[in-house]
Design a protein around this ligand. Structure first.
Ligand code: BES
Ligand code: ZN
Ligand code: ZN
Length: 504
């Protein structure tokens, strides 16, 4: 992933295609007209420009007469002006760059002139455009014996500006690259199969990431977890021959070591068979993505490290495979979690909350300034919100709202669900502090209520249920079908903007 800044007069650029954007039923945005006039207006004269309708993600390619410097012009539709938002901008660039890849271009260019007149602050527009372009280009490189017939991946593109870019613009592009590369990492480990992505594999990825950025890293094996008393995490891990691994990574740039950190906890179930409460065979293969929460935390930590965000941030990834092995935990078992609270296992398929509750209890040791967990926790959340929206819950209404807003801005659609005390009644147990599942009602909320038991009231906490949006069944504007990397950008922005409401 590379980007090149080019500075010079309009048209004086080095690339094999240039991108312009336009709203529906309008000519491409202002900078396009300026450039075209300087070029002698060839595109308007032929009438070909009418092929460009500007509908969202429509692309039209125009070939310049031989004497022109710019050989191809790729116009991309933003859709209706009244519907414009960040998603539209990201989606347009995604479509534009994918088109460039199909055309097998080597170095397409986005002139900042193409963003002139976008109803968004200029630096943000640049950042979103670059993020969108890269997200659109993402694809998973599958192991294949046959030749890959797809056009080669587009590894670089350029940005052109008429005058030297300000520092803020360069930073916006660097940020976009770091974030996109964090999303790429999350998508790749989530899409890769569970025979490759085991708990130890995730620990190894965390180690590589930590080494790249100088994080502290701890990867605890089952023995260490047992010594610590992580009975809930181990209950899940013990059913598999793949050893579980409890990973803690810490980004603490100089001067922040003593700060109360942000702590992110991600569900890292590398495969969820359901355990003894086994799942039906249909679509079970998708349960390789049950570590998407851990992947989001890993991807966010990677981006935060690359950007060297001056905050202390801890990522906790409880990783295990949920299998119905001979030593598997069983319905009716009572286990003691790290917090000391005991849990009656009703369903071994509610394993996410089992590993997360020890993750949350472990997080307590850091006295977090803000605690966020991310998990593909419940099918019920998909029933409630569909598969493109995550549920957001927590113990501070203002933070739930803040996180929802951040998510909406960066393209992770989140919607709030309540965690009122009376919901807890469904979790009452006769033989332990509580059960791990309730009735069939409000499954997504009950998942949140369970986790809430492991967070003390003093700690601001937000829970993201990403069971739906972590995986796309069909292509989306900025994600091909497969893992989406949902949550990475939200976590990065939470860290960048913390403390909420200003500062840092
Ligand atoms: N990993 C699943 C949730 C899930 C379902 C994620 C579909 C992504 C897509 C989770 O561990 C699970 O099995 N949850 C149960 C909870 C129930 C037993 C309370 C569920 O959703 O049915
Ligand atoms: Zn499950
Ligand atoms: Zn699961």
């Amino acid at each position: 992933m590379r980007m090149e800044w080019q500075v010079g007069p309009l048209g004086q650029w080095d690339g094999d295609g240039v991108l312009f954007l336009g709203f529906e039923k309008e000519e491409p945005l202002a900078g396009f007209g300026r450039w075209l006039e300087a070029e002698g207006d060839w595109l308007r004269e032929t009438g070909a420009l009418e092929d460009f309708k500007g509908s969202f993600q429509q692309t039209a390619v125009f070939y310049a007469p031989a004497d022109k410097k710019t050989s191809r012009v790729i116009c991309v539709g933003l859709g209706k002006r009244k519907d414009f938002d960040g998603d539209r901008l990201r989606g347009a660039l995604a479509a534009g760059l994918r088109r460039c890849r199909e055309l097998r271009l080597h170095k397409p260019l986005l002139p900042l002139a193409a963003l002139e007149g976008i109803p968004m602050e200029a630096t943000s527009a640049l950042e979103e455009a670059v993020v969108g372009g890269w997200l659109g280009l993402y694809r998973y490189d599958a192991p294949r014996g046959r030749d890959d017939e797809r056009p080669p991946q587009l590894e670089q593109w350029g940005i052109h500006r008429e005058t030297e870019p300000e520092a803020g613009m360069r930073e916006a592009v660097d940020r976009a690259l770091a974030v996109a590369s964090g999303v790429f990492l999350a998508r790749t480990v989530t899409t890769a199969p569970a025979n490759e992505v085991t708990p130890r594999f995730l620990a190894e990825k965390a180690r590589e990431t930590a080494e790249r950025h100088g994080f502290r890293l701890q990867a605890m094996d089952e023995e260490t977890a047992a010594e610590m008393g992580m009975g809930a995490f181990l209950a899940v891990a013990q059913g598999s021959r793949e050893p579980g691994c409890f990973v803690v990574m810490e980004h603490a740039p100089a001067g922040t070591e003593e700060d109360a950190p942000l702590v992110f906890v991600g569900k890292g179930i590398t495969f969820d068979t359901g355990g003894i409460s086994i799942k039906p065979a249909d679509k079970m293969e998708l349960m390789k993505h049950d570590m998407a929460g851990a992947a989001a935390v890993l991807g966010a930590m990677d981006a935060l490290g690359a950007l060297d965000v001056p905050k202390r941030v801890v990522g906790i990834l409880p990783c295990a495979e949920n299998m119905p092995g001979g030593n598997a935990y069983k319905p009716g078992d009572v286990v003691r979690s790290l917090s000391g609270l005991t849990i009656e296992v009703i369903s071994t398929d509610a394993e996410g909350r089992m590993v997360l509750c020890d993750g949350l209890a472990y997080a307590r040791r850091y006295k977090p300034a803000f605690l966020v967990d991310v998990a593909t926790l419940t099918g019920a959340c998909i029933v409630a919100l569909g598969d493109r929206v995550g549920g957001v819950m927590g113990n501070r209404e203002d933070l739930v709202e803040e996180v929802r807003r951040i998510g909406m801005e960066v393209g992770d659609k989140l919607w709030p669900l309540p965690l009122w005390d009376f919901y807890f009644e469904d979790l009452k147990s006769d033989v332990a502090d509580f059960k791990n599942v309730g009735t069939r009602k409000a499954g997504c909320v009950i998942g949140g209520m369970f986790l809430k038991q492991f967070v003390d009231d003093e700690t601001p906490w937000v829970h993201l249920d990403i069971a739906g949006p972590a995986w796309a069944d069909k292509d989306q504007p900025t994600a091909v079908r497969g893992a989406t990397g949902f949550g990475v950008r939200t976590l990065v922005e939470i860290a960048r903007r913390w403390p909420a409401g200003g500062g840092g």
